[in-house]
Design a protein around this ligand. Structure first.
Ligand SMILES: [Zn+2]
Length: 659
């Protein structure tokens, strides 16, 4: 029997948002079919549902409304079936979207400032009952503690917790959407608390206080009956931008559907971020071609395998979303695909988890996630394994990248200056660490101000290898500085004018004015390199390889190089290294997602050959081998490093380096 209390490695998140207009709910459910799917999928956890977005329950309820066409306890039957084969079964309860509750109780719906109902973007009020309905069109219910709806959720929670003696965990969905609510209950509550609903900051403060209270109360109820169960509040709980809610989760489930939600590169930096919280974390993708709720849509199983391998490389467990058919029969094709990915995950797990990440390049995370993602993308594409700066641990890194209009408190600044004084290196961008019009650290430059034009051009002082030997357009213009005592590597020249209705030139950006005053674009003083442009943000938006190479040129002016150096993987290669007791584990992955229609697809996973790897180490290396093929790899050890060649990589592989 498996340990049900252990945090799972291989989970399925089973959705079941099932219309009350469909008959025969669960008629084809059987314990045997459910368990067969679990075995085929090689699962150790499956999230099952108690209440769905239609607002109906799947067990006999006194508090809510059972699905009108269900005549047995489906929730309980799934929990029992999973437990019988030693698999966890956390329970799903919808929170923010509940159609029946929104219709029966319009007063429970979240309201906008103008008094209108808060819905998802796709909800159209002007339609007749027979008009086509857009996907994902739901009312937002108000989850601010104290209104009738939160009391209803507390009662559902209590009922579920009392009904089932073995609850492994609760998963609440759609918990933090929007940041203010002006429903009657919230307006009254704000006034009682002495907050002014007209003041947006007050409204935001109230929302946070009351939504935290909602999460706390759900947790209290659950722990009364099931003290060891996990609890997670989705849509907020693992969103790095929603920091006010992170501490209320027992673990993090990082929902991310790369085919439809912005690609395959957003996961690693999020995993690095949540890894710092000291709680278990998992990636959550779907079996779907595109998105949640998609019946009959499939992702190629090789693509699923690649996604799962990436999760493992960044230390995350895995969860794959599915949506069960109304009749309760599990779709075996789905579990064959999931099993294909999870059998592989089981094989590579010993080389991915339980080690220490050895990254020596730090990224100072800010609330500007376009920049965070842009930095991550550039580093990933250069196989530079990075980590995020946490609690001012600058000293753990060779070089730290600071961007995204970063601000820093006195304590942080003290730690940063002491790091620089001790030889630590910094790449600083734009108006990051600018306070009261001055740089907070010594860059050798005087900060002048924001750019005057809508774009500008970069001219290297001396030719930079692999960059155009001509003024290079920067669509995001650089900040203005004046040189005091820095060494200048590239300069900014400006256009004749910004593009307006009064002045414009041709179709697009105005050309550079060769007579314009030059300003520093890349400057270096001591260990600090300054870049006037927010180049990673621009790369995230425009994707020019020259933006990327320019950024790498600036970084390499100070960075002494990674612990794991890779050659021959090109931009879609991903590489990580961890240290376990007496060995390093290197993980390499390669796939090329490509945009097709609305989706980012992985279709061709071509093998790549003869990847050169070099690890900085003082250890005496005894053996280098591929644990998946048992192939021994020749290696060369020189002072301070070991190097070897990985002959072939197809999708993912691991290499163990023993010392
Ligand atoms: Zn409200």
């Amino acid at each position: 029997m498996k340990d049900l209390k252990k945090f799972p490695l291989k989970q399925t998140h089973l959705d079941f948002h099932t219309s009350p207009d469909i008959d025969g709910i669960g008629v084809n459910f059987s314990k045997e079919n459910f368990q067969e799917a679990i075995k085929l999928g090689n699962l150790d956890s499956i999230t099952v549902f108690a209440k769905c977005h239609h607002g109906v329950c799947y067990y006999p309820t006194e508090v809510g409304t059972m699905h009108p066409n269900l005549d047995f306890d489906l929730t309980g039957a799934m929990i029992d079936a999973a437990h019988e084969v030693g698999v966890r079964a956390p329970v799903y309860i919808t929170a923010g979207w509940s159609h029946k509750d929104a219709i029966d109780h319009p007063e429970w719906v979240q309201k906008r400032k103008d008094g209108s109902m808060h819905t998802t973007e796709n909800y159209e009020f002007d339609k007749t009952p027979d008009s086509p309905k857009k996907h994902c069109a739901w009312h937002m219910l108000c989850l601010n503690d104290g209104n009738g709806y939160t009391d209803h959720i507390y009662k559902i929670t209590e009922e579920v917790c009392k009904r089932y003696k073995d609850i492994d965990g609760l998963f609440y969905d759609i918990c933090v959407v929007g940041e203010v609510c002006y429903c009657e209950s919230c307006l009254k509550g704000m006034k009682e608390m002495g907050l002014n609903p007209e003041d947006d900051e007050d409204a935001k403060r109230y929302f946070i206080i009351k939504r935290q209270a909602f999460m706390e109360k759900c947790g209290e109820i659950m722990r009364k009956y099931h003290p060891d169960a996990t609890i997670f509040f989705n849509s907020g709980g693992a969103d790095p931008r929603k920091k006010d809610y992170h501490h209320l989760q027992t673990h993090y489930e990082m929902e991310d559907l790369p085919t439809a939600w912005g690609g395959y590169d957003k996961f690693p930096i999020r995993a690095k971020f949540f890894a710092k919280k000291g709680k278990p974390f998992m990636g959550m993708t779907g079996k779907f071609h595109l998105d949640w709720g998609e019946f009959g849509g499939f992702k190629a199983k090789e693509a699923l395998k690649f996604e799962i391998a990436i999760m493992a490389m960044y230390g995350a467990s895995a969860s794959i979303g599915d949506h069960m058919h109304p009749d309760g029969e599990m779709e075996m094709q789905t579990y064959e695909n999931i099993g294909f990915a999870y059998d592989y995950l089981e094989e590579i797990a010993p080389y991915c988890y339980g080690g220490k990440f050895l990254s020596n390049l730090g990224v100072y995370i800010t609330d500007d996630w376009d920049t965070n993602n842009g930095i991550s993308k550039i580093l990933l594409e250069n196989q530079l394994d990075y980590d995020v700066v946490y609690n001012n641990n600058f000293a753990d890194f060779d070089t730290v990248i600071i961007s995204g209009k970063a601000e820093m408190d006195e304590e942080g600044l003290k730690a940063l200056n002491s790091y620089i004084a001790n030889g630590g290196k910094v790449l600083l961008m734009g108006d990051s660490l600018v306070k009261d019009g001055r740089f907070m650290i010594d860059t050798g430059l005087e900060y002048i101000g924001k750019p005057d034009f809508d774009c500008d051009y970069i001219v290297p002082v001396e030719k930079i290898e692999n960059l155009p030997n001509a003024p290079m357009l920067s669509s995001f213009p650089g900040h203005k500085t004046e040189n005091k005592d820095a060494e200048i590597y590239a300069e900014i020249i400006t256009p004749y004018f910004s593009r307006t209705y009064r002045h414009f030139c041709g179709h697009k950006n105005t050309p550079h004015n060769k007579e314009s005053k030059k300003m520093p674009a890349i400057a270096k003083k001591g260990n600090v390199v300054y870049m006037a442009h927010y180049m990673p943000e621009q790369y995230e938006e425009y994707g020019s390889i020259f933006n990327k190479r320019y950024f790498m040129f600036a970084l390499n002016l100070v960075y002494s190089g990674p612990v794991l150096k890779i050659e021959g993987m090109e931009s879609q290669g991903r590489a990580t290294i961890i240290q376990q007791e007496n060995r390093y584990c290197v993980n390499l992955a390669y796939a090329s997602p490509i945009r097709k229609g609305r989706a980012e697809i992985i279709e061709d996973i071509v093998p790549i050959y003869n990847i050169k790897a070099e690890i900085k180490t003082d250890k005496n290396i005894k053996r280098v081998y591929n644990p998946l093929t048992n192939e021994e790899l020749e290696f060369k050890q020189e002072e301070g490093k070991v190097s070897f060649v990985v002959p072939k990589l197809h999708c993912h592989t691991s290499v163990v380096v023993e010392f």
